[in-house]
Design a protein around this ligand. Structure first.
Ligand SMILES: Nc1ncnc2c1ncn2[C@@H]1O[C@H](COP(=O)(O)OP(=O)(O)O)[C@@H](O)[C@H]1O
Ligand SMILES: [Mg+2]
Length: 310
């Protein structure tokens, strides 16, 4: 059984246990305590992207440094929701922060074996934690010195990232995909150093047409050299095709499964939407707000990575 299947099975078992009135596993018995999976390595590998000096892509082959280029991005006054944006306040010990550090570490390990810079965060259904996961993952990445991340709201049907970050929804991705704006005018800078954000944009009429029109790939190719990671929040995978379209432009897909909530057959169906090569892991978002907020939100399992793309 693949580790992805193990993770899905685990989610199913937990769901069954809860429905049967059983006491939920305590935090200590959750897989968070499993050292081989969750122990963070002392030092993550160095950033893969050039974070200083010159940009290597033809689009940016210029005498400008990356910092000079990014200085063109508008600075916005974000007012983040501090109860769910875990790394935007002074309290580094909030529940969940450690699990995001572990996730970050695991992704760096994956990246040693495959091309992995653009990552789509998706799930089967709405309200499973895609936005929560993508936003906090991007934040924990830039917490490491010199790492630069771009967070993109790719959920053009139900954009919420701008609400979590407390900023304007546009101009953003939809304006770029319609050819109205360039990349620098849609990438916002907020209060967190090295974290950039492309909101969904506004006035979106045909999301599937927009994400499938080929311009997303161009955008990612143009901005890739500027960042260590690009994290894309997506719409749910089951009801609409947008997530599959977005995945085609990404190196990897992270599937969020909400513990005690996502039916296992639905989770499996979502998993089948993505080819094996791109599915890098499953996040079990098992929050029970009333019982133990954040405590068990995360379990991950990674498949054997596939070779790097040429
Ligand atoms: N682990 C968690 N702990 C606390 N709140 C969470 C957690 N995961 C999700 N939420 C909250 O649940 C709601 C739905 O999550 P969200 O990330 O928006 O789901 P999705 O993007 O899959 O629709 C949001 O209010 C979010 O802040
Ligand atoms: Mg969302």
């Amino acid at each position: 059984m693949s580790r992805i299947h193990e993770a899905l099975k685990k989610a199913e078992q937990e769901r069954a246990a809860t429905q049967g009135g059983a006491v939920q596993p305590s935090f200590a018995t959750a897989p968070v305590a499993d050292p081989p999976v969750f122990t963070e390595t002392p030092a993550d590998p160095a950033p893969a992207a050039p974070s200083t000096a010159r940009v290597g892509m033809p689009a940016f082959a210029s005498p400008f440094s990356i910092d000079t280029l990014l200085a063109r991005c508008p600075q916005r006054d974000w007012k983040p929701d501090l109860s769910t944006m875990l790394f935007m306040n002074d309290d580094d010990s909030m529940r969940g922060t450690e699990e995001f550090r572990t996730l970050r570490s695991r992704l760096y390990h994956m990246r040693e074996k495959m091309t992995l810079k653009t990552l789509l965060v998706t799930s089967a259904l709405p309200k499973e934690g895609k936005t929560f996961t993508s936003a906090n993952l991007a934040q924990v990445i830039v917490r490491q010195h010199g790492r630069r991340a771009l967070l993109i709201d790719g959920d053009l049907r139900g954009p919420r990232l701008h609400l979590s970050l407390g900023t304007a929804a546009g101009p953003g991705l939809s304006e770029y995909l319609q050819g109205k704006n360039d990349e620098f005018s849609i990438m916002q800078r907020g209060p967190m150093e090295n974290l950039f954000f492309i909101p969904s944009g506004t006035g979106i009429e045909d999301p599937a047409e927009l994400v499938g029109n080929g311009r997303l790939k161009i955008l990612l190719q143009r901005v890739e050299p500027l960042f260590d990671w690009i994290i894309i929040d997506s719409p749910p995978a089951i009801p609409v095709s947008d997530a599959s379209l977005l995945a085609k432009a990404c190196d990897g897909v992270l599937l969020v499964v909400r513990s005690n909530s996502t039916p296992s057959d639905i989770a499996r169906k979502a998993r089948q939407e993505f080819p094996d090569q791109v599915l890098v892991g499953v996040v079990l978002n098992g929050t029970s707000e009333e019982a133990a907020p954040y405590a068990r939100y995360y379990y991950e399992s990674y498949k054997t990575p596939t070779p790097a793309k040429s």
